[in-house]
Design a protein around this ligand. Sequence first.
Ligand SMILES: O=C(O)C(=O)C[C@]1(C(=O)O)C=C[C@@H](O)C=C1
Length: 339
Amino acid sequence: MINVAFLGPLGTYTHQAVLQQFPNDGNTEYTALKTIPQCFEELTHDTKLDYAVVPLENSTNGQVVFTYDLLRDLMNGAVNHRQNQALPDLEVVAEQYVSIDLCLIASGTVDIEAFDKTTTVLKIYSHPQVWGQATSYLSKLRQRVKSLQMIDTTSTSDAVRYCCEKRDYETPHEVTLAIASSTAATLHGATILERPINDRKGNTTRFLVLQRRDSNKGALVARPSATSISVQQVTLLTFVVAQDMPGSLVDVLNVLKENQINMCSISSRPYHYPGDNESHSQKEDEESKRRKWQYIFFIELNHESTVDWDPIFTGLSSKSLKFCLWGTFNRNARYYEIA
Ligand SMILES: O=C(O)C(=O)C[C@]1(C(=O)O)C=C[C@@H](O)C=C1
């Protein structure tokens, strides 16, 4: 039996990612948690859980910053190190992709055509990641009402639950709606008013599957894509460099070039050196620790399964102040799907 935690409740897009990765075969238990931080926290400490699935990025509006920042904080809080390589408690073992078809949802019947610019007060509940995926639909909607309030919830499925609970409190001019998946609407017995309302066709969210590093289970197996016989692999790394040293980022990237390995993504998030009660590498000097404008880099490499990692890790170790290898996993075939 395996136990998979995820950003719940049932009916979230993350739940969909979980079912794609771990189909209900009678051997899998699913544990719905309320927030992304809880997924990290519970997987770290509850050995009854084997995996956690969390959103990482969306093809329309980019990073799910909660997840990026939790990875950063785990790297900073890592107790175990091999020289300046942080070995946090969790690692990444697979990726998953879910097509995000956003629906405008009501608890009962609502006539959008009857909205009145002088009186209708519209409240829409959803996960914060959704607003940037339906900007043009929301701005058109705003023009048809007196006011539009967008209210954040911990997930899209929870947004539908809120919307259904609010039904009894509505005044004649106040309308409460949610943006979520059709699965969430069905689950709550709610009505889909319009779909899809996302800005871009092919809107997709990418998810990561995490496990505890000490579980020693290895990466999860993914099927090869229809277009390639060999399975491409992806490696996720994070690192920090000496920001005042010209070329310090280039030096790290040159390690990849010299070893003929391709980088397929790079992004950054704000970084703060670990506090005194957290572990840190000796190269981090006092002054740089106090600076506000520091960055951690996230890079992904795509490669065949036969890579000589020794020179790469030796290079990364010498050119960065601190780095972390989050895992090497198979590229999911859904990555290659065209919008
Ligand atoms: O709220 C959900 O349904 C989630 O699974 C979270 C989440 C996200 O954080 O990106 C997943 C996919 C969509 O992009 C919107 C929300």
